[in-house]
Design a protein around this ligand. Structure first.
Ligand code: SF4
Length: 355
């Protein structure tokens, strides 16, 4: 049986596990420090941890289960990693450089079942959830890549927006977030972490109740059910009214701002009237709502969608602004590499299949 990654344990779980195996609480703290502060890549480097404890850890865990398969670097500093999991599946992780720091976009599932009609990732159905360790490892691999460059750079922001629906892998997602936030470890501020969901309303309520201070983004992409159901299959099961109720609960419970993601597709959802409809839908929620307008990256598999004209993007933005809606047009990263989410992975899989 393959061993699991030690990165899958929160500090609390590691402490309980070590104590159940006869070790003192402080050992967990030491191991944690080696993993996340000194960032070693083997147990044998944990020089202040006694032999028995190291042996026990070696017997049950490994540090790394992911292998770097492909790495693409863009002229703007974006780096796309394709990692191979122990079972041979491939996942994508992206490092992006911003003025405010370095952010990493992580994947939470192998494939995705949500079936958004514009998405390169959704073409490959979900085969399984990632473990919490596999999600943490993506961040650690990127951090090791930065450590090796010797520039003393740290991953400062995380976006859970890669392949998969994070709320469909809820428990592992929550452990991952706890590990990232841990003050004795990477200590990435909750406000620097954003989780993006396609709108699984039940999980939005659960997430709100946890009061984690982590940012929430909703992939909305359309202001009415007819259009949204065409773009996102999930809307047939969870229509906009139900989603907006969950959003209202989240805002009321957390008093935190919510981001609405909106991919602009030419002549599909990018008209001025649609912008007005979106502004009307947001209505009184505008104080705690932020719209992120995303220019679409065309993918071969979805030739029915094209990128919006620049004028349409600006007109859409303008209409929202005139209605007092906070919004921004998302800056693009890695346009000279396989920029669309899931594009690198689907390309590699096709190559492997000889397509
Ligand atoms: S956009 Fe996200 S939720 Fe939708 S199919 Fe793609 S990976 Fe899944």
């Amino acid at each position: 049986m393959s061993k699991s990654s030690i990165y899958g344990l929160t500090l609390e779980k590691l402490t309980v596990w070590l104590m159940e195996h006869g070790h003192k609480k402080f050992r967990a703290q030491q191991v944690w420090d080696w993993l996340y502060r000194k960032r070693v890549t083997s147990f044998s480097e944990m020089t202040n941890v006694n032999k028995e404890c190291l042996q026990l850890l070696e017997e049950h865990f490994v540090i790394h289960t992911l292998k770097q398969h492909v790495k693409q670097e863009s002229a703007d500093g974006t780096v796309k990693f394709l990692f191979k999991l122990q079972d041979g599946n491939l996942i994508e992780t992206v490092l992006m450089r911003h003025k405010y720091g370095l952010s990493v976009c992580v994947t939470t599932q192998v494939g995705c079942n949500i079936g958004c009609s514009f998405c390169a990732s959704g073409l490959l159905k979900k085969s399984r959830d990632l473990s919490s360790g596999e999600i943490v490892e993506q961040i650690m691999n990127v951090q090791h890549h930065l450590d090796e460059a010797g520039q003393d750079e740290r991953v400062s922001h995380i976006v859970v927006m890669g392949i998969g629906e994070p709320f469909d892998n809820f428990d592992n997602l929550i452990d991952f977030l706890e590990i990232m936030k841990d003050q004795k470890g990477l200590a990435i501020g909750a406000r620097h972490i954003t989780v993006s969901t396609s709108g699984l309303s039940d999980k939005i309520y659960e997430f709100a109740d946890l009061k984690m201070q982590v940012n929430l983004a909703i992939s909305l992409h359309a202001p009415n059910n007819e259009l949204r159901s065409r773009i996102m299959k999930i809307n047939r099961a969870i229509p906009i009214e139900k989603l907006m109720q969950a959003i209202d609960y989240y805002i009321e419970k957390t008093n935190r701002r919510i981001t609405l993601e909106y991919i602009l597709l030419r002549d599909v959802n990018d008209q001025r009237e649609t912008a007005q409809e979106l502004a009307d839908l947001i209505g009184d929620r505008r104080r705690l709502t932020y719209v992120n307008l995303i220019p679409y990256n065309p993918v071969d598999e979805h030739s029915q969608y094209q990128r919006s004209e620049k004028e349409s993007v600006l007109a859409f933005y303008d209409t929202l602004k005139k209605n007092g809606i906070n919004c921004v047009i998302r800056q693009e990263h890695g346009t000279d590499i396989d920029a669309a989410c899931g594009q690198l992975r689907s390309k590699q899989i096709k190559q492997a299949q000889g397509k």
